[in-house]
Design a binder for this molecule. Structure first.
Ligand SMILES: O=C(O)CCC(=O)C(=O)O
Length: 254
């Protein structure tokens, strides 16, 4: 992380990474995402959410290694590792497709992190990365955040707003396909409704500490674990949860 990125992430609670993917990578990732989506849509037994305001393809890393490899993408993962620490692990991963012209948001204002027993304002428990697969402007159903809210005191009362856009001081995340952004899971955030005529497509990778449990339903399959174990790669193995709960951390050279 550059000094500017460190200060920005600490102060705002989020960081944008324009051009995280090269145009060739973006093309490959989009094709892989489309294949995964087609498979998922044709088989209702595959896990995820099939709602009017959101199609949520659960565990895209199980569908294609192109989607798996984004977990440790060299333009993004080092920033996540810096923010979370050397004991970083995947907590969940999703592909979100927000249909065009949604009637309301699929995610109102919330924090991702709120477990009791930890003073969250000073902690970085989770960091979530969004890779944009489509261009996202103010009207296309993107994430909004209150800058700095990851450090607001426990119990801070945000106003209740009917339309997510009415939250005072919020900023709307926009960007070109191929861009990424990452945020501290405690930041107050939401999605706005998609008022555009095009679907909004993102890949989401959520990271936490190795001693945490993965979100239920996101534990890697035996087949994937076996493959990653065979690779012998310490980063891949740790990200998928292979190791001792309280001793596992990446070496400086990994
Ligand atoms: O779709 C979005 O931009 C927001 C998603 C969200 O709220 C979350 O991942 O916790």
């Amino acid at each position: 992380m550059t000094d500017e990125q460190k200060i920005t992430f600490e102060a705002q609670g989020f960081l944008t990474i324009p051009n995280a993917l090269s145009s060739e990578e973006l093309r490959n990732v989009r094709e892989a995402a489309e294949r995964a989506y087609r498979k998922w849509i044709s088989d209702p037994s595959l896990p995820g959410g099939r709602g009017e305001t959101l199609e949520q393809v659960q565990c895209p890393i199980e569908y294609d290694d192109v989607l798996l490899r984004l977990l440790w993408h060299p333009n993004v993962f080092p920033l996540v590792r810096h923010a979370v620490g050397d004991d970083v692990m995947m907590i969940d991963n999703d592909m979100f497709v927000t249909p065009p012209n949604t009637k309301h948001t699929h995610a109102h204002w919330h924090h991702d992190v709120g477990m009791p027993g930890v003073y969250h304002p000073m902690s970085v428990m989770m960091v979530k990365v969004f890779f944009l697969l489509t261009d996202v402007n103010e009207n296309s159903g993107g994430t909004a955040m209150v800058p700095g809210s990851h450090r607001f005191p426990e119990g801070f009362q945000f106003p209740t707003v009917e339309d997510p856009r009415a939250m005072p001081a919020a900023v709307q995340m926009t960007g070109k396909a191929g861009a990424a952004y990452m945020f501290n899971g405690r930041i107050y955030h939401c999605a706005v409704k998609n008022e555009s005529d095009a679907p909004r497509k993102v890949l989401i990778y959520n990271y936490g500490h190795f001693w945490m449990k993965m979100w239920s339903g996101y534990e890697p399959s035996a087949e994937l674990l076996n493959r990653v174990e065979q690779s012998g790669d310490p980063v891949q193995m740790q990200l998928l949860g292979i190791g001792d709960a309280y001793g596992q951390r990446l070496a400086a050279t990994a």
